[in-house]
Design a protein around this ligand. Structure first.
Ligand code: IVH
Length: 714
């Protein structure tokens, strides 16, 4: 694992307010291990192998870790301790002989000529001294060791193969034996030379860490958030997600960097020491971390550790420790490997940056989509060089799980060096009379009902049309192309008119022509543009029912579901009446919603939540009074362009959910299957699509983007 470890957090009550704790989890108590029977040990090893393999895949393959690093390390330590006590029970699939997650993506597999191994960790001076003593004992020497120290970058490791000085192949680490062929993606990176400068062996493999700087990560996330695309949890995940894109163009647009630091196969020796090897890397054209140093003793190494720890928060990229490598390559060869790690190197990890402070209040933010997000308001505190006054509490379940209460003293941590988190509560310091936090069921921005659909963690305000927190977003959606498509009303203009107080709800848009003179007088407008805007607005007073329904921005009612509803209910009046009836009848009978293919229970729930809020009906009626909403033609499945076609959806869809897409396709007469074969007619390729998209291309099956698919449906 390459991310910063997360420490235990209990019993910190007596410590200073700003604390630094080592990340190492408690070792397995010896007494407890001694009392373990052989069959209990075997069961536990099987269970640990399964758990560790699961978390390896989550971390390495899906870039989506599910547990804290410290908890992961604890699982591995427990496994190692049981194996040490019962060596006969070591399993063929033991986690101590495996690294990372096996590749299972759309990329071709590449076997590494020399396995890509991992590093053992040290969490303090004692463990570092033990590492040195072990190495010296093994070599039978007493004189001090010379090390090369390199900051341990939190990214993902890759192997680059050069033949006759040319870059021919590049792979991720994968499970250490086999990785993913990401050659094309790596070629887009400026820091990977296409040809090596100067002399190079006929064949050489160079290894290093691909990473994203903190500034690039924040900018990427901001851009992603603005377009509603995936936001990454930390720079490491952003780097991994950016490199492992099937569409090379996406990788090319992402700011990835590389520091080279190790060698794989080489047709001839290139250096006698690691320090010399780093020099050769620089000559060939690679970036080597400029903070790397050659150190002549253990004491120098300890000083270096402190020095880098002090610089850590000011660096432009995340590091989670320092790697110490014995410099002499002949000694490295003699020392060799044990299990999955070399005897000649160690990763000395930093403690996670933590601090304690008081939770003053919990503020509920209402997002532009109506999501209620709890935010911790904290007594400001310095955590690892950054002043923190706020932290996310994620959602109401998280608050309940950690039993976080206003007035509590909490332990804070910066995860991935960027986003502060509340790790736990110091219950000994809880004020008398404190009460569990009750999450609001009303929207703090507008007072309307905030509903939490079954199975979801997020509570949302149901009054999208009138809620001030959501208004601007809703208005932008309302005038967007697939909705009312009003020319001349861009996001900026909406925001501007909203700030002016002219737009409270969508009905106000149709009153803008009354302000034509005022608009004409505004900076950047003029008579002609103001007149054109009035025309564009008037032209949209007549609107097809499906566009009208879509424009309301009800959650889960994308263009496709809006079309299904419009075709089913035919007229606005009919739709309104039936929906209102649906909010008053029992949930089993929830109108005919269930009978409209594609409208499942969760969508029905969103509709009834919307119609259950009186303020929404008022806004809807005001709007309808401004408009001529045209009836829709009734559905027919046989004359559609996709009738009888076999289709497969792959990747993440942006405008509809997977079940929604499937149901629409089926209602239009297509057959939706899960796997691609020669019989498949069309594959709809969403974002981050994997092997199915590849297979379709291989088999010559037609692939279309989501937008092309929508066009096809008409
Ligand atoms: S050397 C056989 N050097 O740490 C040793 N690794 O925990 C190969 N890492 O997989 C690795 N910075 O992803 C090495 N300067 C550095 C490193 C480094 C980061 C990562 C790398 C490796 C992991 C091992």
């Amino acid at each position: 694992m390459t991310k910063p470890p997360r420490p235990r957090t209990e019993s910190q009550a007596d410590q200073a307010r700003s604390v630094r704790r080592p990340a190492k989890p408690e070792p397995t108590p010896k007494a407890e291990l001694d009392s373990l029977t052989e069959s209990e040990a075997a069961d536990q090893l099987a269970d640990l192998a399964r758990q560790i393999a699961h978390h390896d895949a989550a971390y390495h393959t899906r870039d989506a870790p599910e547990i804290a690093d410290a908890d992961y390390d604890a699982l591995r330590r427990r496994n190692a301790a049981i194996e040490a006590r019962f060596p006969a029970l070591i399993r063929p699939d033991s986690p101590s002989t495996r690294i990372g997650g096996a590749p299972e993506s759309g990329f071709a597999k590449l076997r590494h000529r020399v396995p890509m191994l991992s590093l053992d960790n040290a969490f303090g001076n004692i463990e570092f001294a033990e590492f040195c003593a072990r190495a010296k004992r093994f070599l039978g020497r007493t004189e001090p060791l010379t090390f090369v120290a390199e900051p341990k970058i939190d990214g993902l490791s890759i192997n680059l193969t050069y033949q006759h000085g040319r870059f021919v192949r590049g792979a991720t680490r994968g499970d250490g034996t086999e990785g993913e062929d990401v050659t094309a993606n790596l070629r887009t990176m400026k820091s990977i030379p296409e040809t090596l400068h100067g002399n190079a062996p006929e064949l050489i493999e160079i290894r290093g860490e691909v990473f994203m700087t903190k500034a690039d990560f924040l900018a990427l996330n901001q851009a992603q958030a603005e377009t509603g695309a995936k936001v990454f949890a930390n720079p490491r995940n952003a780097a991994a997600g950016s490199l492992r894109q099937l569409d090379v163009k996406i990788t090319a647009g992402r700011p990835l960097s590389l520091f080279a630091y190790a060698q794989g196969e080489s047709s001839e020796p290139v250096a006698a020491t690691h320090w010399e090897y780093l020099d050769r890397l620089k000559t060939w054209g690679f970036d080597v971390n400029p903070l790397s140093r050659r150190l002549g003793s253990e004491t120098d190494a300890e000083n270096f550790q402190t020095d880098i720890a002090l610089q850590r928060s000011g660096l432009g990229y995340d590091i989670d420790g320092v790697v110490y490598k014995i410099d002499d390559l002949a000694l490295q060869r003699r020392l060799g490997f044990v299990g999955r790690a070399p005897r000649w190197a160690i990763a000395w990890k930093f403690p996670a940056e933590q601090a304690m402070t008081v939770l003053r209040d919990i503020r509920i933010q209402v997002g532009r989509t109506g999501a209620l997000t709890p935010v911790a308001e904290l007594e400001p505190i310095n955590v690892g060089g950054v002043l923190v006054a706020r932290a996310t509490l994620h959602n109401e379940d998280e608050i309940a799980r950690k039993d976080i209460r206003i007035g509590d003293t909490v332990v804070l941590q910066r995860a991935g060096d960027v986003i502060p988190q509340i790790v736990s509560v110091v219950t000994d310091r809880r004020p008398d009379g404190s009460k569990p936090y009750v999450f609001p069921e009303l929207c703090p921005a507008c007072g309307s009902n905030a509903a939490r659909p079954p199975g979801e963690v997020v509570r949302r305000c149901t009054a999208g049309l009138i809620c001030p927190a959501q208004r601007v977003e809703r208005l932008i959606h309302f005038v967007s192309r697939p909705a009312f498509d009003i020319d001349g009303l861009g996001d900026k203009t909406i925001q501007e008119f909203y700030t002016e107080g002219w737009l409270h709800g969508p009905a106000d848009l149709f009153r803008l022509p009354d302000r034509e003179a005022e608009i004409a007088a505004r900076e950047g407008w003029g008579k002609t543009s103001a007149r054109n805007l009035s025309r564009a607005i008037r032209a949209r007073r007549t609107i097809p029912l499906e566009r009208f329904i879509y424009a309301l921005g009800i959650r889960r009612i994308g263009a496709t579901n809006a079309r299904l509803l419009a075709r089913h209910y035919a007229s606005f009046a009919n739709w309104r009446t039936q929906m209102l009836a649906a909010t008053t009848i029992g949930s089993d009978e929830r109108l005919q919603l269930g009978s409209i293919t594609g409208i499942g229970p969760s969508i029905a729930e969103e509709l009834t939540d919307f119609f259950g809020e009186a303020r929404n009906i008022a806004a809807l009626d005001q709007l309808a009074a401004e408009l001529d909403i045209q009836d829709a033609a009734q559905a027919s499945g046989t004359d559609s362009p996709i009738a009888g076609k076999i289709v497969v959806f792959t990747g993440t869809l942006q405008t509809m959910t997977r079940p929604e897409a499937k149901a629409t396709a089926e209602s239009l007469g297509a057959k939706v299957t899960d796997s691609v074969s020669k019989k498949t007619d069309i594959v709809i390729v969403g974002a981050d699509a994997g092997s199915k998209a590849h297979k379709a291309t291989e088999l010559g099956v037609r692939t279309v983007t989501e937008a092309e698919w929508q066009d096809l449906l008409g």
